[in-house]
Design a protein. Structure first.
Length: 317
């Protein structure tokens, strides 16, 4: 029970990270020491699970497929996404500089943590890290696409986003933003909860269908990609870690707190919001840069990762 409770707490942290564009739940999974177990558990799922459940029972199936770990993690992620989606959306709108500063510090410490796991630095590892950095950075400066809210596009969005969510340093929420589906997914989550509470079952069903399409894409993506990641960790762990380190370095551009808006768009609520931004120095920021507060939150984010690392290290000893 204690182990499952800790796993649920880690899921809550992962869910909170996945809601924010630019922050990866995979990073949190890596820092808290459950990343490889998560990938291997997902990779091990197959249709034989139903046959085993029928023949040997639910308890034996849960143990064989490590479903206790997976269900505890998913419960934590669900709790976090459902409870924090509206709060994080509000904070990003009300205090974007401070929110991004905190996550910048968090990811900066995560880079150092993952880089420490690389046991052998050579030309290949350095080259792979540079490629990962360039690829991740190019994603952060790409212009978001407009989203058709069709069922096939939502499936495609879920497929792409879940692959990013399980990669440390690559934000699934940010790729949803680039695909133009982020607002649809987030509003569907909050809209579904509000509709159920209000008893508006027609609206709740429509929101549920959106989420169901995204979930189908996510299931397909995570099952296919988990096998690739399992193979990479087993056969080329150093190069894989170097690539993930590069992904995280490149993502820092998205997390930089001080931005200049190049283009805007009107969202579904009729509000004008940033569409394309670039990173600038604090002194060039149009508005209160909150430099002291931002630096303080960067340090807090950095220290949080160190604390999580120590907790995870103690649990493995």
């Amino acid at each position: 029970m204690k182990k499952h409770l800790f796993t649920t707490l880690k899921g809550i942290l992962m869910g909170a990270a996945d809601v924010v564009p630019g922050v990866s739940g995979g990073t949190i999974a890596f820092i808290t020491g459950i990343y490889e177990e998560l990938i291997k558990t997902i990779d091990g799922l197959d249709f034989k699970i139903f046959k085993m459940a029928f023949k040997k029972g639910i308890t034996a199936t849960f143990k064989s497929y490590n479903l206790g770990f997976l269900s505890s993690l998913l419960i934590g992620i669900a709790i976090s996404v459902l409870s924090l989606s509206k709060l994080i959306t509000y904070l990003l709108k009300a205090q974007p500089v401070l929110v991004w500063a905190f996550f910048f510090g968090l990811v900066l410490a995560s880079i150092l943590y993952i880089a420490k796991q690389i046991t052998k630095w050579n030309i290949a590892a350095i080259l792979i890290m540079i490629i990962g950095t360039a690829l991740s950075y190019s994603i952060t400066i790409a212009e978001p696409m407009a989203s058709p809210e069709s069922w096939w596009y939502l499936i495609f969005s879920g497929f792409i986003a879940i692959i990013a969510m399980i990669l440390p340093g690559v934000s699934g929420a940010f790729l949803l933003l680039l695909l133009g589906s982020y607002e649809t997914v987030l509003s569907s989550i909050t809209g579904f909860i509000e509709s159920v509470l209000a008893g508006d079952w027609t609206a709740a069903w429509n929101y549920f269908l959106n989420l169901f399409m995204v979930a189908i894409g996510a299931i397909l993506g995570i099952k296919l990609f988990s096998r690739v990641l399992t193979w990479l960790f087993k056969n080329h762990k150093n190069l894989t870690l170097a690539l993930l380190t590069g992904f995280m370095i490149g993502s820092l551009n998205k997390l930089w707190p001080w931005k200049e808006t190049l283009k805007t768009r009107v969202n579904s609520h009729g509000e004008t919001v940033p569409f394309l931004e670039k990173s600038i120095l604090p002194q060039n920021f149009d508005g209160d840069a909150f430099i002291l507060y931002a630096v303080t939150l960067m340090i807090l984010g950095f220290l949080l990762i160190l604390i999580l690392e120590k907790i995870a290290h103690k649990k493995t000893i």
